[in-house]
Every structure is written in C-alpha cells, then in structure tokens.
Design a protein around this ligand. Structure first.
Ligand code: C2E
Ligand code: CA
Ligand code: CA
Length: 755
C-alpha cells in the first residue's frame, strides 16, 4: 500500500465534504493515527471504486445481452400505438415479414395481415384495447416475397413508460386522453406447424377414401386400416390390426403368385394387379390391388401400404359388355364374332390333336313367311325356341351360334380321327337336329311346324381357313335347300366346283343380252277338248360353250345381280312382238301369251309404264298378254302390289297367279287381288293320282277359283290320268308335257298349224 501525502487544507476540504471523514478525524487519537486511518480509508475507497467499475461493466454486459436477446429472440416483438401503428420492433419481427426494420416503423400492423384475416385482426385489436390481460389469435401474414406465414399473436396492453398516467386511467377506452397506450405484441411463426397439421389432416382424410387402405409394418403386420377396408372386407379395424394380410386369402391364387408378387415389390418397391380375396362372410371377390413399400431416409422399408378397390362391379360391367359384344341378344347364343374366335381355337386344337371337327349351317325353311304373316314377335319366339332345341342336340364342348336372321351355326369339336367316321358323327347330330326342329312349336297361341336345311363341312387341322369353312358350310346348306329343304347335305369339292362357276356365269350373263344369247321357248296351253288357248313364254339361254342353260339355273342369279330387270324387259318385248304376229293371223289371233314376271321386275317403279309402252310400241291388244306373278312376289308390301296390279288391269292385260298353293300367305288377300287366273303348281299335279292330300288340295283350289270367278289352269300335266282327274274336278285348262314341251317358236307354229 503506498502512502499518499495529504495537505491540511486538502484535509479540511475532504472533511467538510465528508461527514464520515469528519467523524473519523474527530475520533483520531493522533496525527499519526489519523494519517494511518486516512490511508486505510483511502484504500477502502479505492477498492469501492474498483468494485463500482466492475459492476458497471457487468451491467453493460447484461444490457448487451438483453439487447441481443430482444433483437434476436426467435419471436417477433412489436410495439404498436393505440392506432395500430408499429412504433418499435425487434430484428426478428422485421425478418419475419422480410422488410427492413426502419421501413416497418410507423406503418399499420394491419398492412402486413393477409386481407382474408383483416377482420380477425380487427377484432383482436379491439379486444386488446378493451380488456386486460394477454390476448391471443392466429393470423396469416403477408411476407414481402409474396408468400404467407402463419403466426400466433400474443398481445398485451401496457402504458407508455414516459406517460404519467396510471394504468387504471389508460384502461378506460373512453378516456379521450388515453393516447399513451401501447400494445406489446409477440409474433410466433407457426407456419411449419400449420403446414404439418394440414398435411396430417389431408393425409387422414385421404386415408379415409373409397379405396380400402391397409398399412403394415415391415414384417407385414397390419397397423392400420380405413373404413373402406372394413366395408369391403367385413373386418373391423380391431379385428384386422395385429394380423397378417393373409387373413384375406381366397385360395384363388397359388404360392407362386404371391412369391412373384413379393419379388416384384422387393425389386421395384411396388406391385399392382387383380387379385381375388375372401370377405369375412366367405364371399370371394375380385379387387385391384396396389402395394407399395414406404422407405425411410436410410432406404430401409418402414411400412407397406396396400390399396385396393373392389372391382366386382367393374367385372360385372366387363362381363356385360363382353356379353353384348359376343352374344346374340335375342337367343343368348354366341354371335358371329365369338364363333369366329371359337373356330380359330377349334382349328388349332384339331391341328394339335389330329381330331376332326365340323361346321354346320342351319337355315330355317320358310322363316320369312312366318315373319311376314304372323309378325316379328312370333318370329322371334320361334328363333328362341330353335336356339334352345339346338343346344339340347349338341354335346357340352360344342358351340351353337346365331349369325342373325334364321341362320344358326354349330361348331362340333373333337370328332373322330377318321374323316369318314367324323362325317357319320356329324350326320348323327344333324339327324337329331332335323328331328328336333320338326317337332311342333307353340308360338303364343299358334301351333307351328318348321323344318331346317342343314349344310355340313368337316375339317382336320388347318387345311382350310375359317372363311373357307364358312363358305363351304353355306354352300352345303344351299345345296340342302335346293334338294327340297328339311334335309342335310355335306360339302364336297364337286359342290365347290359348281359354285365357283357361278361367279363366272354371272359375268357371262351380263354379256348374254348384247350377244343375243337369249331365246324364248313357248309351251302350249290347251282346253279340255285339246284346243290351244295360248302359250307360256319360257326363256332359254343358248350359251356359246355350255349349250342351253335352264332358267332355273340363271334366273336366280339374274335376280340377285339385278340383271333380271333388263332381261325381263327383253322377254316382254319379244313376247309382244310374237303376240303381234299371232294377232294378225286368223288362226292364232285369240292365243294368249303368258309371260313370267320376277319380283324385282314387278317392283320397279316404272314397271306398269314399261308394259304399257311395249303394248303400244307393238300395237297389240292388251288382253292377249298375260302376266304370271308368283304368290311370293305379293308377300311384302301387299298394298303396293295390289295397286300395281290394278294399274296393269286398267291397261287391259291379264294376270295369272303362278305356282299357286305353294305359299299360303296371300290366301287371305285373294279376294282383293284383281286376278284372272290361278295356276295350280305342278307339285300338286305331279302326285295327284297317288296322294290323297294333293287330290284334296287341287279340288279345293278349283272350288275356290270358281267361287272367286277365276279361271284355273293346271301346269305340269304329264299323264292322261292327271288330266282326267283335273277335268273331273272342274279344271278345264292345262299345260304340260302331255300337250307339248316348251319349244322354239318355229316348232310351236308348226304344231299349231298341224292341228
Ligand atoms: P314356271 O313359271 O313355273 O314355268 C314352268 C316350268 O315347268 C318350266 O320350266 C317348264 O319347262 C316346266 N314344265 C312345263 N311342263 C312340265 C311338265 O309337264 N313336267 C315338268 N316336269 N315340267 C314342266 P323352265 O322353262 O325351266 O322354267 C323354270 C322357271 O324359270 C319358270 O317356272 C319360271 O319361274 C322361270 N322362268 C322361265 N322363263 C322366265 C322368264 O322369261 N322370266 C322370268 N322372270 N322367269 C322365267
Ligand atoms: Ca310360269
Ligand atoms: Ca309355275
């Protein structure tokens, strides 16, 4: 300790200033003592000063720390005045809004609040002013970069420390002088928490979707399921949690299925596909399942999620669509598309196994007539019943299909290895079908009989493509029709040959007219005394290579191709020319010439005109021309047909109903038809002497014709016996080989003049 010399007047000053010192001096025993005491005091004083400086430093440090705490606090601190203007804020507060602190001062706090939350802020602000204690609210604030942040606002009202007014005075909002109120606001950024909460909420609501969801741990133990899961599987969450998903296994898939499924999940992290599961109630149902692995940051699987939707409905719709696409809606039988598909399979399997198969075309005889007379509803009933009967005739693996209309196709598979034996098997089934379809049908109130024509073709392996097989069976069926219907025919290459020539014939037929290859033959018609009354003109095609072709062969072709219209025109013209020749000669002037008119020709809109033109062109008496119409020609649009016939009658030509008795539909119209003649079909005449029912039919026709005041003529009369019966029944006009075959005009005229 160093001695500090002290002067007397210095001492005086000190003692004056310091009463404690004075006291000290007063109590000093000697100067020595006094000096010593003083020195001690001086030292103590020095120490106190040092202590004070230290304390000052501590306080400064503490203040710095407080400023740091204030500025860098994780929350925003703001002070607002009672108008809501920011008067002070910490750095964090400014950073939260992304605005420089100085630029926030003196701005309204509300200008940082998102417009959608303006009302909420206003209410909060009002509450703070009116109430004591802290207030809280959550606000969305607008960051300067355009983003939003969610903040929790804690506010407290306080007095301006500089104000002399008491808190009580300040609390009174009505106090007009209450201007020094301040609001201390703490802003906590809760954006992350809100985002997380929202995500959780979204996740939770997404979890409760239509789709069944199941979450398992990495070992496959079910941790969580949603409501949809409970609804589809029937298992409640309590029942499912803690168990393995194998609780749903249906047994529909084998171990390999699940093994490969898990291999894919391990390899790619996900799998999806159709899977059949079992509900709690035992029902097995299809679902579309997606499984994916959820991995943590370290790429280790933490969970598996299984999402599935019940696709029972979708499956049902698929089935429905498949049904519409592959099945005939009237009969429920497979349609052409499905048949094609099955045929492809059948060919492949036949190739593999060497077994024969057969394709069978079945066409109902006279179906169109039934449809036209009794209506489509009844027709549909027949088609349905036929379908049922056909299905009963075949074995399980065979296919019965309907192609449309009255056409059915049967595909027989797995027949014999030997073609001949296979043919016998197919024929046996065909016979069964013939028998079955000949049985009585009950269609609503109608009893009905029908028969089919069946064409069969056999196949082994891929010798023929399916289209060929369809063609073959169709040709065979056509052959069955031709040989009198209600029968079965096999396709054979010979048949094919004759059909191949069909198309070349059509080409030649087109040229036949310009090449003048047609000729009219005439077949005489006589009365009961054998006198000629007229003739029927019958067309012949004198083919340059084939020789004479019968109209039975080419008329149907001409009808199909439409050529019949021009051919018919030629016939009419040639016939009228012949009538003119006859008309001029006394011996033949009363002969009536009959001309066959085909349906297509008759339906031409200008047919009546054409007839009239021909008559006028040749200048013939119209009543010497007779048009032969068939019953089938009158079948549809009967009213139109009657109108055409009436126009023809008005011209003066005669009309005969050809092949009478083979159809039955127009009987009810017979009275209304402006006819001159019925021509009894030759099929009745043929068996007239031996078949009692044909006899009865012919007698009935004759009686009916008489009652309708119609002339009646029988065609196909070949024997005297037939002629006598007809005469005794009252039929006095005849046509047939007995009197003369169809012949060229020169022969006929020689014949006429001879008599
Ligand atoms: P259709 O009108 O019924 O003609 C009668 C057919 O019976 C003729 O056959 C005739 O030769 C044949 N026939 C006549 N008498 C007898 C007989 O006593 N016994 C037998 N078994 N047959 C007899 P064709 O000439 O072959 O004519 C066949 C069919 O061709 C005709 O049947 C007719 O529908 C059609 N046709 C013939 N010429 C024409 C024509 O110019 N135009 C049209 N559209 N069709 C024609
Ligand atoms: Ca005829
Ligand atoms: Ca006839």
């Amino acid at each position: 300790m160093s001695h500090i010399p002290i002067e007397h007047d210095q001492m005086r000053k000190v003692t004056e200033a310091r009463p404690a010192l004075r006291q000290l001096i007063g109590t000093a025993r000697s100067t020595e003592e006094l000096l010593h005491e003083l020195q001690v005091y001086q030292i103590e004083l020095e120490m106190q000063n040092q202590e004070l400086r230290r304390t000052q430093l501590v306080i400064e440090k503490m203040r710095d720390r407080y400023v740091d705490l204030y500025e860098l606090a994780p929350v925003g601190h703001l002070t607002l005045n009672r108008d809501g203007l920011i008067i002070e804020l910490n750095l964090t507060g400014a950073e939260m809004m992304g605005v420089e602190r100085s630029k926030m001062i003196n701005r309204h706090f509300s200008s940082f609040v998102c417009s959608g939350n303006a009302d909420r802020w206003y209410l909060h602000f009002r509450d703070i002013l009116q109430r004591d204690g802290r207030q809280q609210c959550e606000l969305a604030m607008q960051h300067s970069d355009g983003s939003y942040l969610q903040v929790n606002v804690t506010s407290l009202k306080s007095a301006d420390l500089l104000s002399s007014r008491t808190i009580d005075q300040l609390s009174n909002p009505d106090d007009p002088l209450n201007t020094s109120v301040q609001l201390r606001i703490v802003l906590t950024d809760i954006t992350e928490r809100i985002v997380a909460e929202t995500e959780l909420r979204i996740a939770a609501s997404a979890f409760e979707t239509q789709e069944s969801l199941m979450i398992t741990d990495p070992n496959g133990i079910i941790l969580r399921v949603n409501k949809a899961f409970t609804e589809t599987t029937g298992y409640s969450a309590e029942e499912a949690i803690g168990r393995y998903p194998s609780m749903l296994t249906s047994g529909h898939h084998d171990g390999d299925f699940y093994r490969s499924m898990w291999e894919i999940i391990h390899a790619t992290g996900t799998w999806q596909g159709e899977i059949w599961d079992r509900r709690k109630n035992g029902e097995i149902y299809p679902k579309w399942l997606t499984i994916w692995a959820v991995k943590g940051d370290n790429d280790i699987v933490t969970h598996y999620v299984g999402a599935h939707s019940d696709i029972t409905e979708r499956k049902r719709a698929e089935e429905e669509i498949k049904h519409l696409a592959f099945y005939d809606h009237l009969t429920g039988l497979p349609n052409r598309r499905l048949l094609q598909d099955r045929l492809q399979h059948a060919l492949a399997s036949s190739e593999r196994r060497g077994r024969a198969g057969a394709l069978m075309f079945i066409d109902l005889d006279n179906f169109k007539t039934l449809n036209d007379t009794l209506g489509h509803d009844i027709g549909d009933k027949l088609l349905q019943q036929v379908a049922k009967r056909l299905e009963l005739c075949v074995r399980e693996g065979d296919t019965v299909a309907r192609l449309g209309g009255d056409e059915y196709v049967i595909l027989l598979e797995d027949l014999s290895l030997e073609l001949l034996e296979a043919a016998a098997q197919a024929e046996a089934i065909g016979e069964k079908i013939l028998f079955s379809l000949n049985q009585k049908y009950i269609l609503a109130t109608h009893e009905y009989y029908n028969s089919p024509s069946i064409g069969v073709t056999l196949f082994i392996g891929h010798e023929y493509v399916s289209e060929d097989l369809f063609k073959h069976a169709d040709l065979a069926m056509y052959q069955a029709k031709k040989s009198g219907r209600n029968t079965l025919r096999f396709f054979d290459p010979e048949m094919q040959k004759s059909i191949d020539s069909r198309s070349s014939i059509e080409g030649q037929l087109r040229k036949a007219l310009e090449n003048k290859e047609f000729q009219l033959y005439y077949q005489i018609q006589v009365d009961s005394s054998g006198n000629p009354v007229g003739a029927e003109a019958l067309i012949r095609w004198i083919h340059p290579e084939r020789g004479m072709v019968s109209p039975a062969q080419f008329i149907p072709l001409a009808e199909e191709s439409g050529l019949i219209v021009s051919i018919g025109g030629w016939v009419l013209d040639t016939a009228c020319a012949q009538i003119l020749t006859w008309q001029k000669s006394k011996q033949t002037s009363n002969l009536i010439l009959s001309v066959n008119v085909s349906s297509k020709q008759f339906r031409q809109v200008n047919f009546v005109n054409e007839v009239q033109n021909a008559i006028q062109r040749h200048g013939i008496k119209p009543n010497l021309l007779k048009l032969e119409l068939t019953e089938s020609l009158l079948l549809d649009k009967i009213e139109e047909a009657i109108a055409t016939m009436k126009s023809l009658k008005a011209i003066g030509v005669r009309i005969s109903l050809d092949d009478f008795g083979t159809g039955y539909s127009s009987l009810q119209y017979l009275k209304r038809l402006p006819l001159d003649q019925l021509k009894i079909d030759q099929s009745f005449v043929r068996d007239i002497a031996i078949d009692e029912s044909d006899k009865a039919i012919v007698q009935t026709i004759i009686v009916m014709a008489k009652s309708l005041k119609l002339e009646v003529i029988a065609e196909g009369v070949e024997t005297d016996e037939q002629r006598h019966f007809l005469e005794s029944a009252g039929c006095v006009h005849y046509q047939g080989y007995l009197f003369g075959k169809p012949m060229p005009i020169e022969q006929l005229e020689a014949f006429l003049y001879k008599n």
